[in-house]
Design a protein around this ligand. Structure first.
Ligand code: SF4
Length: 308
């Protein structure tokens, strides 16, 4: 893999990690850099890189649902055909089964190159006691989310749309803010336009409160980058686990708040760097959180306290 530079960029999840634990943020974005090259990276970099790619079982559930919906929608948009629910369930079951086996055997440690799509579960790395019924429940929730997706109005909406009006199905897009020179990334689960309106969907696969700020950032992107008027933008939160829909709209004041939040977040992140132009950082400048509850679920816990 060719060498490439570690460029600074901003995303909502990056900001969240920075707020959670500065050291975890460092491992994730700086310490693990280059660790995809199994033969060239040193032991610490390699370990941080592998650990960075772990997912816990809740994240795995979310990924399984998001990726299956992505396959369903992309097939539907490109061919006009909808895979039947039973076939979709069979497909996702097969994928999850294979992923589970591969992760349990720890195959992710052997692979050279990107581990982004490699099954690697936190629970297999750290081996907490997870009874079979917990894994089974996790799988059942994936199936429940898919069943609710098929009951939702989304499929009907997409079936009736001209292909070119679909703007995003899980695509990760990099753009520049109008109010800050930095690059940022946004991933919209689904977005399509109808005349001068844009409808953005966000799938949720668990219970709990939705993240209004994340939706605001989607709206900001649609407004600034895709040029939709603010009053023509909606984000529909489709909770596939609890089976409800909530539509979010946005005011100019909320957008101003999002801009302030992003500016502050970028400024804070950069204040920890040794060289902002080169985007370089020193590990010891990034303190560990004092909240040990955060450490219990952290992917880097097996190496963190052995380092300086
Ligand atoms: S183990 Fe704790 S202190 Fe270390 S990176 Fe993770 S959350 Fe931060």
């Amino acid at each position: 893999m060719a060498d490439f530079k570690n460029e600074f960029s901003w995303s909502y999840s990056r900001g969240g990690l920075f707020n959670e634990c500065k050291r975890e943020y460092y491992y994730n974005y700086y310490g693990s850099w280059g660790g995809w090259d199994k033969n060239k990276s040193d032991n610490v970099t390699r370990t941080l890189y592998v650990l960075k790619n772990l997912q816990n079982r809740w994240q795995w559930k979310g990924s399984a649902v998001h990726e299956e919906i992505e396959r369903i929608l992309k097939e539907l948009v490109s061919t006009g055909k909808l895979i039947p629910l039973d076939k979709s369930k069979t497909r996702v079951t097969e994928i999850m089964r294979n992923d589970f086996r591969s992760s349990r055997e720890g195959l992710y440690w052997n692979k050279n190159g990107s581990l982004r799509n490699e099954p690697a579960l936190f629970e297999h790395e750290y081996k907490p006691e997870i009874p079979n019924q917990i894994w089974k429940r996790n799988y059942d929730e994936v199936i429940l989310c898919l069943e609710n997706f098929y009951k939702s109005q989304v499929i009907e909406e997409i079936t009736e749309l001209p292909k070119e009006t679909v703007l995003s199905i899980e695509s990760m897009t990099g753009s520049y803010f109008s109010f800050n020179p930095e690059l940022y990334y946004v991933k919209l689960d689904l977005a399509y336009s109808i005349e001068d309106r844009i409808k953005i969907y966000d799938w949720k696969t668990g219970s709990g409160n939705s993240d209004e700020l994340q939706f605001l950032i989607y709206a900001l992107y649609a407004h600034e980058e895709l040029d939709f008027d603010l009053d023509k933008i909606t984000v529909t939160e489709l909770n596939l686990f609890e089976n409800y829909t909530k539509i979010h709209t946005f005011s100019p004041e909320q957008i101003d708040y999002a801009k302030e939040y992003i500016n502050k977040s970028i400024e804070d992140m950069k204040s920890y760097l040794i060289n902002t132009d080169e985007n370089t950082a020193n590990m010891t400048d990034f303190p560990r959180t004092e909240d040990r509850k955060i450490c219990e679920l952290c992917k880097f816990q097996k190496i963190c306290f052995d380092l300086e």
